[in-house]
Every structure is written in structure tokens, then in C-alpha cells.
Design a protein around this ligand. Structure first.
Ligand code: C5P
Length: 220
């Protein structure tokens, strides 16, 4: 039997890296396969949600029933998220570049005898934190955090700092980048649950189930 527990709900999912140009041929970016975010988009759509997937460049195909908007930069990603509102749910899995070039060079930066160029960087907007502070904020906002040390302490602090409802802490000590399996803990307002290592598609299914529980039980 098909699950329509999220029918009528709109979910935003950010996924993949952002790419910040330095000049026409070079960029600043992050490692991100997009696999976990795409799997979450698929799992929410499978429960009947209308899903807008806002994705940086990845090589994955768009899951069935999902509307995907491809972007390059953090500022584009934020702009598309804001334009796609209202939504009841936002899941921010994107590996957003913390910085961009203050001004991308118009032409290719040349190698000269004066040595390497000095790059002036400026901070990118924090998409997750921005969504959390909007007047028309999605009711349930889920952030992700890739951590290598003090995973849970850092993740609990990050949930507070960003202002999101839930935070999925990713233990990246064991090379989850590009992998098919993931080891996560879910931090909510009521506590911390560590899930066994499982496929990213299973993490997505379990998270989508938890999200639909919230909407079925308490939110009109
Ligand atoms: O601070 P950190 O980058 O570890 O936070 C990770 C969480 O914040 C993820 O959910 C990520 O998608 C989101 N994020 C964002 N915009 C940024 C930086 C991070 O949405 N500029």
C-alpha cells in the first residue's frame, strides 16, 4: 500500500556542493556526492510530499516525482529556496561553501613571476540559519552536520546555533563522502538517538518516517 502521510505538504531539500567561481575556469567547492540529500528527496516524495530539490552540481539523476532546480553558488541556492517557499518542511543537506571570492575575476587569472595570487574571500550566507529565522519559516527544519571529533557535543551546539528543529549528525571519520552507507545520530528537542550504520536510502526512509510522524500526529 502506498504511503500518503505527507500528501499536501511541501518540502525543500538542499543537496550537493555549491560551486563558487574564482575566475572563468577555477572554483572553490566542497566534497559532496549529493547521495544523502537525493535519497531524502525521494523518501519524502514517496510519502506523498511535493518536493523541491535545490541541488548543486552532482552526477545523480533526479528521483521520480521530485522537482529539481540546479544551482551553482550559495547565493543562488538561498535565492531558489526563498522563492520556493512556503514549505512545511526543509531538509538542508547541501555542503555549502562557507566562502566565495569577493569578486570573481572576469578573465582567467594568469600565472606570473610575481608569485601566486592572493584570494580575497567573503562569507557566504548560511542557508539553513537564514531559513530558520524567516517569518514564513518552514515548521520543521532539519540540518545536517558532518563532524569528525566530539560528534554529539558539536552537533548539539550546532542545532542551537543554527536554530533548526532537528539536526542529523554525520560521523565522517569513516569516510562517508561518496559512500552508500552512513552512520548518523538524530538530535531533536527531546534528545539524541544514534542509529545503526545503514544505507543512505535507509537513513532517508527513517528520517522521512520521523518527519511524517510529526505531521500526522501534531501539525494541522
Ligand atoms: O556549519 P556547518 O556547515 O557544519 O552546518 C551544516 C549545516 O548547515 C548543513 O545542514 C548545511 O546544509 C547547512 N549550511 C547552509 N549554508 C551554509 C553552511 C551550512 O545551509 N552556508
Amino acid at each position: 500500500a502506498s504511503d500518503h502521510s505527507l500528501a499536501g505538504r511541501h518540502a525543500l531539500v538542499t543537496a550537493g556542493p555549491t560551486v563558487e567561481p574564482l575566475d572563468p575556469v577555477r572554483f572553490l567547492s566542497n566534497h559532496s556526492s549529493g547521495k544523502q540529500g537525493y535519497a531524502i528527496a525521494a523518501a519524502l516524495a514517496a510519502r506523498g510530499a511535493k518536493v523541491t530539490l535545490i541541488s548543486g552540481p552532482v552526477t545523480l539523476s533526479v528521483p521520480a516525482g521530485v522537482v529539481c532546480v540546479k544551482v551553482q553558488t550559495a547565493r543562488e541556492m538561498l535565492g531558489v529556496c526563498e522563492a520556493a517557499l512556503p514549505a512545511e518542511i526543509a531538509v538542508c543537506t547541501a555542503a555549502v561553501s562557507d566562502w566565495r571570492a569577493k569578486a570573481a575575476a572576469q578573465g582567467k587569472i594568469k600565472k606570473t613571476s610575481e608569485g601566486p595570487p592572493v584570494l580575497e574571500l567573503v562569507e557566504n550566507p548560511d542557508i539553513l540559519a537564514t531559513l530558520c529565522r524567516l517569518a514564513n519559516r518552514p515548521k520543521l527544519i532539519v540540518g545536517f552536520a558532518a563532524e569528525t571529533d566530539d560528534v554529539l557535543d558539536n552537533a548539539v551546539a550546532k542545532r542551537q546555533r543554527k536554530g533548526c528543529d532537528w539536526l542529523v549528525a554525520n560521523d565522517v571519520r569513516r569516510g562517508v563522502f561518496g559512500a552508500d552507507r552512513n552512520l548518523v545520530s538524530l538530535i531533536t528537542e527531546t534528545g539524541i538517538e544514534t542509529w545503526p550504520e545503514m544505507d543512505k536510502s535507509q537513513v532517508a526512509g527513517k528520517l522521512a518516517q520521523r518527519i511524517s510522524d510529526v505531521f500526522v500526529s501534531s501539525i494541522p
